[in-house]
Ligand binder design. Structure first.
Ligand code: GAL
Length: 811
């Protein structure tokens, strides 16, 4: 109570101090030093315990830049210990080592190393001392290096052992190694602690919002300190819009929590359409000396899950139009790269996606940051397994020793992201069928609540018979997530009276981009456990949205159900993108999943446009398949459209009739006898043409077409450009069946870091300098190599087609 009053007082002072603030934050030199620590590591596959010693020779080790994933560099192997679930790629053990010096003036600083993720079982050593182990491959962690560092130009050695040898340990591709960023952080001994801020907005309204900030200050000095703590709220234009200063004391060698409360008039709200971001800058002064500065993202939004009305954001009823994502970046493997993540999210945003489920583990900082910046609602998920295993060597082995710390660290790292609106403590956890599930659910929910009470705790359940579901019976979930069984949704309000409900995972339909089986028709695989899949000899699956897992639904079946049920907060489709591993229902050589709305290379499958027509208000008219068939063949032509009353189809100028969606249809279709030429659709509203879409039969190959997603990239050794490659005829029509091998050469300021054609059974290396087109297309990923020269990509196919090239500037 007393504390509360004091805070109110502080708030008042904050507002009055606003204009009087004498310390201009922007002119000051930064106190906290954050260094990119990704460059110049040595790496070798195998086990090298003596690499921790300073005189160890790494002459035959590779030099590389992190993030790095050694699994993606390996060959697919039918007998790989990782098995089908992880895409038949290798795992094993590997060591990383880096020699570095630190400036003499760091002697009196606190210096730490931060790892965003190492898969898995890492042990980090500095100058021969073990700093600790971390079994969980998805958790961000760090160590204080201060007491072991050498100064005065004397070298330091960091060695990292990574042990991903015990297999199988996952139901999907994990990657191996230091696959996320590493930083070195140096601050004065009086500083903000690790993940040391927690900002909440106890009241949000357009007129006025409250900001509550908890700051944990670490005093690593041997004496008590008095200091000034300054909180500045900056808007998206970096202008200070509120500030508050307090004078504080801290004892020697302790961590203490300090509270600041502020008020902001007329805040701009964060939403999925306009994700307006503020930031909190926390500064610590000893006398007039700035000793630390620390940034925390801040967004003003309020949301609600309601048992009858579903989800609302800022008071506006909003369906969660989500997709589940695994963490891999296709041809880059698990290597995390902000540009790869931005591309994925951009493609999803265009489709109308407004939410991401971080399946089934903590994702990268970049992913979290971009969800804030680009406006996605996040379901942040901690675990796929608790104490009971799903596969032999999975996280159940580390559960007892690590789950508490892993869950706490996960929440502390992510709780400042305005995009995060749910904490999921698990996916399809085995304990839902076991009475031990009750106690564990309660324990985990308590851990979450001890760190954040502003978001509901949820879990993704499969069992919707109440008596059988012990996670539900715990009573500890604020929001019930259900995976699949969309036919049962209608009974949920009755069965789970008063509960808030979300379709945490749905669909699991299968498609191969650009492949079509005729006649179209619904097909489930297998119809029961163990039954063989009546698939295609080339391991393709038809791209008509008609092939589904027996537990799942087609995209249309699921969306029709969700859109009608107001109580349902929304849906997360399994999955946004294909991912490596889990190529069900096919065995080897299939090595990546079929579930994506978008293929592994990032090329949309046709059903992408069904979502676009339903999830956005942008006008859509999309027809498929391509128009290169045998004369007389019967072809099912589908159209997805919106904003129109009818669509008329024409074959070579002749009308094949008008159609419109009836009842809850999500597409219309015609069965057409193929003739070469043009198939064209025209959508009309009130008799006026809205859109036209046409596909022409492609003739002879004339040119390799290269389309880069950017014209300029940074020469920072990280930035990426994705180039889509296809073969077109003299009129620019895509050859939809082209499967030519295209060779690539990259000159100037870039290097090739990946190729992919999205074919789920392609066993060629993602790291090759050539790629076979699949159903007409493939992609090349080029990364800046740091040279300040324009990048030139040359692509050559067979003798008949001339070499093509494209230039991308660097700056
Ligand atoms: C779900 C599971 C996902 C994935 C999916 C495939 O049951 O949660 O991780 O395995 O099935 O359909």
């Amino acid at each position: 109570m007393i504390k509360h009053k004091k805070n109110l007082q502080k708030t008042v002072i904050a507002i009055s101090l606003l204009l009087l603030s004498t310390i201009g934050f922007s002119q000051e030199k930064k106190a906290r030093i954050i260094e990119d620590f990704n460059k110049n590591w040595n790496f070798k596959l195998g086990d090298y315990p003596t690499a921790i010693q300073s005189d160890f020779k790494t002459t035959d080790w590779r030099t590389l830049q992190l993030p790095h994933d050694w699994s993606i560099e390996g060959a697919f192997d039918k007998d790989s210990k990782t098995k089908q679930a992880q895409g038949f790629l290798p795992a094993g053990k590997g060591w990383y080592r880096k020699v570095f010096t630190v400036p003499a003036n760091w002697k009196n600083k606190s210096v730490s190393i931060e790892f965003d993720g190492v898969f898995k079982n890492s042990e980090v050593f500095i100058n021969g001392h073990s700093l600790g182990i971390r079994p969980n491959g998805y958790i961000s962690f760090g160590y204080d290096l201060s007491k072991y560092l050498n100064f005065d130009k004397k070298e330091n050695v960091i060695a990292v052992k990574v042990d991903n040898d015990a297999q199988p340990n996952s139901r999907w591709y994990t990657g191996s190694g230091i696959y996320r960023n590493v930083r070195l952080v140096a601050s004065e001994k009086l500083h903000v602690g690790k993940w040391g801020t927690f900002v909440t907005t106890p009241e949000v309204a357009a007129a006025k919002s409250k900001i509550h900030l908890e700051v944990t200050i670490d005093n690593d000095n041997g004496i008590a300190k008095e200091f000034k703590l300054v909180t500045s709220i900056l808007n998206a234009e970096n202008k200070e819009v509120a500030s508050f200063t307090s004078t504080e004391k801290i004892r020697a060698k302790t961590s203490e929590k300090k509270i600041h409360d502020l008020v902001l008039n007329q805040p701009k709200l964060w939403s999925t359409e306009n994700p307006y971001l503020y930031k909190v800058v926390t500064k610590v002064y000893e006398g007039s000396k700035l000793v630390d500065d620390y940034e925390t993202p801040l967004g003003f939004r309020f949301f609600d899950f309601d048992a009858e009305k579903g989800f609302s954001l800022n008071g506006k009823p909003t369906k969660i139009l989500g997709v589940c994502l695994h963490h891999d970046n296709g041809a880059l493997g698990a290597v995390e790269n902000i540009h790869a993540v931005r591309r994925k999210l951009k493609i999803l945003k265009e489709m109308g996606t407004n939410a991401i489920r971080m399946s089934h583990n903590p994702h990268s900082l970049e992913m979290m940051q971009l969800c804030d910046e680009m406006g996605f609602i996040v379901q942040d998920e901690a675990f796929d397994v608790w104490k009971k295993k799903k596969v032999t060597n999975d996280y159940h082995k580390d559960w007892d020793a690590w789950h508490k710390q892993d869950l706490e660290d996960f929440i502390k790292r992510d709780r400042n992201h305005p995009s995060v609106m749910m904490w999921s403590i698990g996916n399809e956890i085995r304990e839902q069928f076991d009475s031990t599930g009750i106690a564990i659910t309660r324990e985990l929910a308590k851990i979450v609540k001890s760190l954040d009470t502003t978001r509901p705790v949820t879990a993704a359940l499969t069992e919707n018979i109440i008596e059988k579901n012990f996670i539900y019976q715990s009573g500890a979930l604020d929001l019930l997530g259900f995976n699949y069984k969309h036919e049962d949704y209608k009974d949920f309000p009755e069965r789970f009276k008063g509960q808030k409900i979300l379709a945490s995972e749905s669909v699991s339909a299968l498609e191969t981009r650009g492949h079509y089986d005729f006649p179209d028709g619904i097909k489930a695989w297998p119809t029961k456990h163990g039954a063989a899949f009546d698939g295609n000899a080339d391991w393709t699956v038809s791209a008509y949205d008609q092939v589904k897992s027996y537990w799942g639904a087609t995209h249309e079946e699921n969306w029709k159900t969700i859109k009608k049920q107001d109580f349902m907060a929304g849906t997360f489709i399994w999955t946004g993108f294909d991912y490596i591993g889990e190529p069900d229902p096919y065995p080897y050589p299939a090595r990546s999943s079929y579930f994506g709305i978008i293929d592994l290379a990032g090329l949309p499958k046709d059903v992408y446009y069904m979502y676009k027509s339903e999830w956005t208000t942008k006008p859509v008219l999309y027809i498929f398949p391509h128009w290169n068939w045998k004369a007389g063949q019967e072809v099912d032509v589908w159209a997805y459209y919106n904003n129109a009353d009818e669509v008329e189809l024409f074959l070579n100028g002749k009308s094949l009739g008008k159609k419109s969606k009836q009842n809850d249809d999500l597409h219309i279709s015609w069965r057409v006898k193929f003739e070469p030429g043009a198939i064209k659709a025209v959508s009309r509203k009130d008799g006026k043409v809205v859109l036209e879409a046409a596909i022409h039969t492609a003739g002879e190959a004339s040119k390799i077409d290269l389309k880069a997603d950017k014209t300029t990239i940074k020469n920072d050794t990280y930035d990426l450009v994705y180039v889509t490659v296809s073969i077109v005829d003299k009129d620019g029509n895509l050859l939809p069946n082209a499967n030519d091998l295209i060779n690539f050469e990259v000159l100037g300021g870039g290097k090739l870091v990946g190729v992919d054609n999205g074919y789920q059974a392609n066993l060629d290396s993602f790291k090759a300098s050539s790629c076979k087109l699949f159903n007409g297309k493939c992609i090349v990923i080029i990364q800046s190599n740091g040279k300040n020269e324009a990048i030139q990509l040359k692509a050559s196919g067979g003798k008949e087609i001339p070499i093509s090239s494209i230039e991308v500037k660097v700056q």
